[in-house]
Ligand binder design. Structure first.
Ligand code: ZN
Ligand code: ZN
Ligand code: FE
Length: 751
């Protein structure tokens, strides 16, 4: 070996395929005058280089620091090898091994492609499927690994000479871009039933004329319409059978967004990131946007155009567009042309279709920022199937998640692959989406589960799915709120025991009651329930969730025996009130609950803010919104007693105090004080439990923490008391997160 000359074998693991990694390595090797080769295997990118020692050092350093924007490096292994005397640096043919690799999520169109899209001299001028190694579809088109064109839905398009040349040229930014295409050889768009030379321009015209158009996008269909037209938005609500749940909006650019919404630099960063999620932004001034878009809400779900098609469309239109998932409420997003034409018939007036097939449905992701950090509430496009790194080892495990906002999770090594948002597992369509996606993940990541985990609730479809395996594989049932807490521990890489605050709608409790206001001492091996809200009745069970005035009446009746005269009772019939009382007295279909979500529902309804719920969480959301920007440090009284060394939180005095104020002070003050009360409650119990257990770490999880006022207030009170506070960021605090917790509890290996 020559002095100062070195040769190394390098393995790079992570998201390093389908992201322009090999050409990047090729260029880097040229830059440092290194000889050797690079190739893809099923599990990594392998490199051999020879050259000056310092150059190799700089080369390895650049791999870490200058990697392509979509690459995510998990680890680099290097090894000295004997000298080969390579003459050049080349990209070698891919090699298959028994490993698996991480797969890039779909990514918003990049600025280079956008420039070409709007350049009249470019051969892809106005071509809606323009993409490159740095952008475009990935996960939604892949059928198997390795990530090669023949394993994607692009296989049916044969590349033309020009595309082929780009694809094979390591110096081209489309080198091995699997979805590479152009107007000559690639997919195309059309308006169903309309012969027209520019279907995108025509779609823009239809939208301007007030029509509802179903648009096939990256991971499924959107229903789109003019967000400034009350009439059109109302028609969309009626046809989609969607009561008050807010619609997401697409705006042309950041400047437009700033017209309507407040935008912090961090929110702007999230909005313009390659993931391009829907970001919940505080409304500055709705101006021409219809109130029907987000009724009774102070926030707007906004996203920017993320496919070339969106950019073309928005460049023709001067108003924001509603972009809501193309489905009937409760059903999964439509995936294919035939399916959309069938299922969206009668909802959409027109269909903008294309022939690039979507292999896996992929909803838009949703997040908000808290303390300038993202908190994801729906995790799909741009994020899944990137894994969560686990703080402990697991055997290969499948967890089936919850019922609402279902996701499943598969673990392998120290990775947890949490699926994209599947939806509410309440119908056959969603169950099919669940099983299809599960098969895809098992294939892509080469996982054969040895353990199955699920919720304790016997009636969840996800539980029933898990129970099929009973007798063949160990099936571990994990309590709902424990799963919430573990999911938050895991994403924060916590190992030691925590005080877990799980505030939630409903979850099956171990004593048969409906839990949801739970404070646990937990680690990965188990939990102890240390405190909870007192049990109160849910007259009518599920009906009480849809009609929260039943909760309010039930709570008042069981706390006071005599129901006080309150304005919200005015339009409820005497008969119904009597029925509710009887249900409670005779214990007919009236489960008991310690749910925090239900407490919010009851208060919201008692204040006449929301008496009937048209979507999950509506009463609580509207109670939060009623607080507007009101700030105060005041709060209501509550009591606590202990039973069998468990703290029971008594809420009677909260109701007394609120009743005292109804009609005398504005709802905004009552809302603010109520939120403060819950935050104070958490803080005081935290202090008590810290004294008892010496644990100083508090984990916040459960759907109630989508409530920004509650989350913000709770974090700040806990910090004042020097707690170390952990919240969710990359995994939803709602039921979309529990699959992660289940998988860890079910599959954990002590070592
Ligand atoms: Zn690009
Ligand atoms: Zn072509
Ligand atoms: Fe939950």
């Amino acid at each position: 070996m020559k002095i100062g000359i070195n040769s190394k074998h390098i393995r790079v693991y992570g998201i390093v395929q389908g992201v322009g990694f090999r050409p990047f390595i090729y260029r880097l090797a040229k830059k440092y005058n290194l000889k050797g080769w690079v190739l893809n295997t099923s599990s990594s990118v392998e490199i051999e280089v020879e050259g000056e020692e310092d150059s190799i050092k700089a080369f390895i350093n650049d791999i870490q620091t200058k990697k392509p924007p979509l690459a995510r490096i998990e680890r680099i292994e290097t090894e000295d090898i004997h000298f080969n005397n390579f003459e050049d640096f080349i990209i070698k043919e891919s090699k298959e091994d028994s490993g698996y690799q991480l797969i890039s999520p779909d990514i918003a169109v990049c600025s280079d492609c956008l420039r070409e899209l709007f350049d009249p001299n470019d051969r892809r001028y106005r071509y809606p499927f323009i993409n490159c190694t740095n952008c475009g579809p990935r996960f939604t088109i892949i059928e198997d690994i390795p990530y090669d064109r023949k394993n994607t839905t692009m296989k049916k398009f044969k590349m033309c000479r020009d595309c082929e040349e780009e694809y094979n040229n390591p110096m081209d930014r489309r080198f091995h871009a699997q979805p590479n295409a152009c107007p000559v050889c690639g997919p195309e768009v059309w308006l169903e039933g309309i012969e027209i030379c520019d279907p995108v321009k025509e779609t823009a015209r239809l939208l301007m004329d007030g029509y509802i158009v179903a648009i096939k996008s990256l991971g499924g269909f959107h229903l789109s319409c003019d967000a400034t037209s009350d009439k059109t938005v109302r028609i969309l609500r009626e046809r989609k059978r969607r009561g008050y749940k807010p619609f997401a909006i697409m705006m042309e650019n950041v400047e437009t967004v700033k017209n309507y919404c407040y935008l912090t630099p961090e929110e702007e960063m999230a909005l313009t990131s390659p993931q391009a999620p829907i970001v919940l932004l505080k409304i500055k001034n709705l101006k021409d946007i219809s109130k029907e878009v987000a009724p009774n809400n102070n926030y707007l779900g906004v996203m920017l155009p993320y496919t070339p098609l969106h950019h073309l469309l928005l460049s023709e239109i001067s108003f924001p567009l509603v972009m809501t998932s193309g489905n009937l409420s409760e059903e999964p997003i439509c995936q294919e042309n035939e399916e959309a034409l069938r299922r969206l018939e009668g909802i959409a007036d027109y269909f903008l279709l294309n022939n690039r097939d979507i292999y896996s449905r992929y909803d838009d992701s949703v997040l908000f920022l808290i303390e300038d950090k993202p908190q994801i509430t729906r995790r799909a496009r741009g994020y899944a199937p990137s894994p969560i790194k686990l703080p402990l080892n697991t055997v290969e495990t499948l967890s089936c998640g919850g019922e609402l906002k279902n996701t499943f999770c598969l673990t392998k090594d120290r990775y947890a692959f949490v699926s994209q948002h599947i939806g509410d597992l309440e119908n056959m369509e969603t169950l099919e989406h669940f099983t299809d996606t599960l098969e895809l993940y098992k294939r892509l990541f080469r996982i054969e589960p040895e353990v199955i985990a699920c919720d304790v609730h016997p009636d969840y479809l996800s539980t029933r799915y898990a129970l099929q395996f009973e007798g063949k594989l160990p099936v571990v049932r994990v309590q709902h709120h424990y799963a919430h807490i573990v999911s938050c521990m895991a994403e924060n890489s916590v190992i030691d025991p925590v005080i877990g605050i799980a505030l939630d709608g409903s979850g099956y409790g171990l004593d048969g009651a409906v839990w949801g206001g739970e404070i646990l001492i937990a680690d990965y091996s188990g939990f102890e329930r240390k405190a909870h809200l007192e049990y109160l009745p849910m007259p009518g069970g599920e009906i009480a969730i849809k009609k929260p005035y039943r909760l309010a009446i039930g709570y008042l009746y069981s706390l006071f025996k005599d129901i006080p005269e309150l304005p919200f009772l005015k339009d409820i019939s005497k008969e119904e009130i009597e029925i509710i009382k009887k249900q409670i007295d005779k214990n007919i279909n009236t489960p008991l609950t310690s749910s925090m979500g239900r407490l919010f529902d009851a208060v919201s309804s008692m204040l006449n803010i929301c008496k009937e719920s048209s979507y999950e969480g509506q009463p609580a959301i509207e109670l939060e919104m009623a607080g507007k920007d009101f700030e105060t440090d005041e709060y209501y009284r509550w009591e606590m007693d202990t039973r069998d060394s468990i703290f029971i939180i008594r809420v009677k005095s909260i109701f007394e105090d609120i009743i005292e104020e109804i009609g005398r002070v504005p709802d905004s003050l009552i809302s603010a004080k109520f939120h403060n009360t819950i935050a104070m409650m958490i803080m005081s119990i935290g202090v008590l439990l810290r004294e008892e257990t010496k644990i100083n770490r508090i984990v916040l999880s459960g759907g109630c923490f989508q409530n920004r006022r509650l989350l913000r207030r709770t974090i700040s009170l806990l910090r004042e008391k020097q707690f170390q506070v952990m919240t969710h960021h990359y995994i939803p605090c709602n039921d979309g997160g529990i699959s992660l917790g289940q998988a860890i509890v079910g599959g954990r290996r002590d070592s």
